[in-house]
Every structure is written in structure tokens, then in C-alpha cells.
Design a protein around this ligand. Structure first.
Ligand SMILES: Nc1ncnc2c1ncn2[C@@H]1O[C@H](COP(=O)(O)OP(=O)(O)OP(=O)(O)O)[C@@H](O)[C@H]1O
Ligand SMILES: CC(C)(CO)[C@@H](O)C(=O)[O-]
Ligand code: BAL
Length: 282
């Protein structure tokens, strides 16, 4: 596996791939890799000739300085995992390589970013859209792979691709979970053993809420009951629990047959902020 550290190096490498008629898959990450990331690489490997993974802890998408500072960074271990999963090249740039000068770009995703992560992490999706646009421009992949664990991020990236006419296909891959249901996340490494033991309750609350939706309970009641359940665990400090249209991400007053619903939550557990979601097909 090649390791590329410069933007020009990534451009040259991917240009060569395209000139050879090969299909290129891109897997953007922030590193501290786990099985969720590696499944994205394997999925890319199945349908593309070449897979480039990127590891970049993108400063512009963090709205909390400690979260950025403490984000796990394990580039050597990550490189070994990527090579074993069939990744062809790793792009591992320094901040100055991506941001040679401070960026002034401003995106506006309208209603899509006025809820959930967008509402609770000011500037987050502006930073995500900025770095994802740069990665798409530099590498021009045929396909780019994202995880459904970041459901709203996938919706934002799809909007970005449509609005800027990026000539690529977005593949959204299902959330990979630990055996006890906890969604895999790089931030899980920062949980204490006590916090890690209760963290799977988040998925249990989501599943119970999904059952109530299938039984016809109205969204507002589902949200209230889930928030009450989360409050019963004193270590959870919940930012939101939302029942929304799975595509527009807007809050729902009721259900429409054939329209999928997404249940999303964000909770602080000690010093760590976790998100998760489940989708209910109606
Ligand atoms: N459990 C998972 N299952 C499937 N995809 C995942 C999972 N976790 C992360 N991904 C996807 O991997 C890509 C890179 O995510 P990222 O590097 O932020 O990892 P992460 O584990 O979500 O970390 P954190 O949530 O702590 O930021 C994103 O597209 C993300 O949605
Ligand atoms: C897509 C991404 C790599 C952009 O920094 C990040 O938001 C992530 O890891 O989900
Ligand atoms: N996986 C989402 C990236 C972030 O939390 O900043």
C-alpha cells in the first residue's frame, strides 16, 4: 500500500489510476480505524479496482477544541489495518497540505443542516463539506463510501454532490455494531470501562423507539418516551433524540406509508459525545 502525504501526490496517483482505465473508490475517514471503516474499504474493494483511504482529523469540522485535541490518532496501526483490508493507497496529509491558507468557504445546506448534528455542532457541516469537496477534487473517485452511522452527513454529502455536479456515486454503508449493539466509533476508545458498559443502552433505546413507531405511536410521544428512558441513566447527558423523515431529516407530526423514518440521538457519556441512529421502513 502506498502512503501519500501531499495533495499533489494524491492528484498524480489518482490521475494515473484513471488514465489506466481503472475504477477508483475513495474512503474518507478521520482514522483510529475500526471494523466499521474496514467494511467500507472492503465494500469499495469489491466494486472498484483501486481503493484510496484518507485519514485526516479535519480541524474545520470540530466545534469543540478538546474534542479535536483528544481525537484518537493512530496512523501506524491504521496503515496496517488498511493494507490488510485491501486498500491500495492511504492519503495522510498534514493540516497545511489541506489548508495552505485559512478557508473562507461557506456552504448553506438549508433545512438539511438546521436539525440534529447541524443544529448542535455549529459550523460542523461547513467543515465536512469543505474537506469532502477538497478530497473529491483532488482524487476524482468514481465512488465514495460513507457510513450510515453519520446519517445526516450522508444526506449533506449527497446534496453537495448534486449541487456541485461531482461526477461520482455516493455509497452509504450500514452501521457496524459491537456484539452488544454499540455502534462502532473511534470515540468509543475514550470511554471508561463503566461508561463502555452502559453505552449499549443507547441502541436499546433506539430499538424500543423503533418498535413503538411500528406500533403506530406518534413521533412526539416516541421522542418523549425515549428521552425519559435516556434520563433514567444519570451518566447520559442527552443533546437530542429526534424522529425525522429519513430523507428530508425534518421532524414529523405523523407517518406516511412508504416513507422511511430515521431515529437519531446524540448523548454525552462522560467526556465523550456519541451519536447513533436506526431507520424504520414503513
Ligand atoms: N460503525 C460504523 N459503521 C459503518 N460506518 C462507520 C461506522 N463508524 C464510522 N463509519 C463511517 O466511517 C467514515 C469515517 O468516520 P470517522 O472516521 O469519523 O469514524 P467514526 O468512528 O465515526 O468516529 P467518530 O464518530 O468518533 O468521529 C464515515 O463515513 C463514518 O460514517
Ligand atoms: C467524512 C469525514 C472523513 C470528513 O472529515 C468525517 O466527517 C468522518 O469521518 O465522518
Ligand atoms: N464521523 C463524524 C465526524 C465527526 O464527528 O466530526
Amino acid at each position: 500500500m502506498e502512503i501519500l502525504t501531499s495533495a499533489a501526490g494524491l492528484q498524480a496517483y489518482t490521475e494515473n489510476i484513471r488514465c489506466n482505465g481503472q475504477r477508483l473508490g475513495l474512503v474518507p475517514t478521520m482514522g483510529a480505524l475500526h471494523e466499521g471503516h474496514l467494511q467500507l474499504v472492503r465494500a469499495a474493494r469489491e466494486s472498484c479496482d483501486t481503493v484510496v483511504a484518507t485519514i485526516f482529523v479535519n480541524p474545520t469540522q470540530f466545534n469543540n477544541a478538546d474534542d479535536f485535541r483528544l481525537y484518537p490518532r493512530l496512523p501506524e496501526a491504521d496503515a496496517g489495518l488498511l493494507a490488510a483490508a485491501g486498500c491500495t493507497a492511504l492519503f495522510l496529509p498534514a493540516v497545511e497540505e489541506i489548508y495552505p491558507q485559512p478557508t473562507v468557504l461557506k456552504f448553506d445546506f438549508g433545512a438539511l443542516e438546521q436539525v440534529m448534528e447541524g443544529a448542535h455542532r455549529p459550523g460542523h457541516f461547513n467543515g465536512v463539506a469543505t474537506v469532502v469537496s477538497k478530497l473529491f477534487h483532488l482524487s476524482r473517485p468514481h465512488r465514495a463510501y460513507f457510513g450510515q452511522k453519520d446519517w445526516q452527513q450522508v444526506a449533506i454529502v449527497r446534496q453537495l454532490v448534486a449541487d456541485l455536479s461531482f461526477d461520482l456515486e455516493i455509497v452509504a454503508y450500514p452501521t457496524i455494531r459491537e456484539a452488544d449493539g454499540l455502534a462502532m466509533s473511534s470515540r468509543n476508545r475514550r470511554l471508561t470501562p463503566e461508561e463502555r458498559a452502559i453505552a449499549p443502552q443507547l441502541y436499546q433505546v433506539l430499538q424500543a423507539a423503533a418498535r413503538r413507531i411500528r406500533q403506530g405511536m406518534l413521533p412526539a410521544q416516541v421522542e418523549a418516551q425515549a428521552l425519559a428512558e435516556l434520563q433514567q441513566q444519570p451518566l447520559f447527558n442527552t443533546e437530542y433524540f429526534a424522529v425525522a423523515d429519513a430523507h428530508t431529516l425534518q421532524p414529523l407530526a405523523g407517518y406516511t406509508p412508504g416513507r422511511a423514518v430515521v431515529l437519531c440521538l446524540a448523548t454525552h457519556l462522560g467526556a465523550v459525545r456519541l451519536i447513533d441512529n436506526v431507520v424504520v421502513e414503513l
